[in-house]
Design a protein around this ligand. Structure first.
Ligand code: SAM
Length: 257
């Protein structure tokens, strides 16, 4: 899959994040980061994933591009159009938001929200590098005032980092926004144990007329991502994930596509 702006974004990430750290340091940080996501997920609510320059570089260079490739595929397969505004909840480096935006026939204005100041800077840079309008701001998505609709709202690999109370409130809020015309896309890892709350969200989305999907995407990884994958002993021959989608009918492609 070729996406305009993707190769130069990767090149810029590589130059920036491998400027102060060696490849071996980033690969070591990637191993620590992936164990935080899988084995020590209770630490995610404290922001442990992005603590330290090594983990931030690993996140930006490795997970960012993987999330981009997966979300781009999901949006291209499933979403027929985007609203004028795309709100990216827990935008991180902006990868997933940029992926949805660049899969859209009309690029939306980006509003990224993240509690981490480093992520806010990275996301604004990502939007610029893909030629997208808008920027990211620092806020807590559990309490942030969101732009009025109609909007496309993305929560990619973020909800797992909320407390149970904030996540429940977010579910009510997103289903309500969709009932008033917004398009909502949630993406999370495939492994069930990572998100025990998933089934409740899936039922709420499908009861409201939405859909739930699982994805296994074979994509050619950028060389730096493939090299980190091998060095950290991970195996991303396929990029996997699952999604929830809720919107009015005209915003979705038919379920069979
Ligand atoms: C795993 S990253 C995913 C980033 C991005 N959505 C992506 O797909 O690559 C999760 C992000 O959510 C942010 N986050 C977690 N809890 C948050 C909260 N309560 N408010 C705002 N951002 C939050 C973290 O700082 C981090 O950048």
């Amino acid at each position: 899959m070729y996406v305009d702006g993707f190769p130069s974004w990767i090149e810029a990430l590589e130059a920036r994040h491998l400027g102060d750290l060696t490849f071996a340091e980033v690969a070591r940080a990637l191993r620590a980061l992936s164990s935080t996501y899988v084995e020590r997920r209770h630490k995610l609510t404290d922001g442990a994933a992005l603590s330290g320059a090594g983990k931030r570089a690993a996140f930006a260079l490795f997970y960012g591009p993987l999330h981009f490739l997966l979300v781009h595929h999901i949006a291209r397969t499933m979403v027929s159009d985007t609203s004028d505004t795309l709100i990216d909840l827990g935008c991180g480096t902006g990868a997933s938001g940029a992926a949805w935006a660049t899969a859209s026939p009309r690029p939306p204005r980006m509003v990224g929200i993240d509690r981490h100041p480093w992520a806010v800077g990275e996301a604004s840079r990502t939007y610029r590098e893909f030629g997208l309008d808008g920027r990211a701001r620092q806020d807590d998505i559990a309490t942030a005032k969101l732009p009025n609709g109609p909007a496309s709202i993305l929560a990619a690999f973020t909800l797992n980092e909320l407390s149970e109370t904030s996540r429940s409130a977010m579910l009510t809020r997103l289903v309500d926004r969709a009932s008033r015309g917004d398009r909502v896309l949630v993406v999370e890892p495939l492994a069930g144990f990572v998100a025990p709350w998933w089934n409740r969200w899936r039922d709420a989305f499908t009861d409201a007329g939405g859909r739930a999907d699982e994805w296994r995407v074979r994509a050619e990884l950028p060389p730096i991502v493939a090299k980190l994958d091998r060095a950290a002993g991970l195996n991303h021959r396929e990029i996997t994930g699952r999604s929830l989608w809720l919107a009015s009918r005209s915003a979705s492609r038919p379920a069979s596509s």
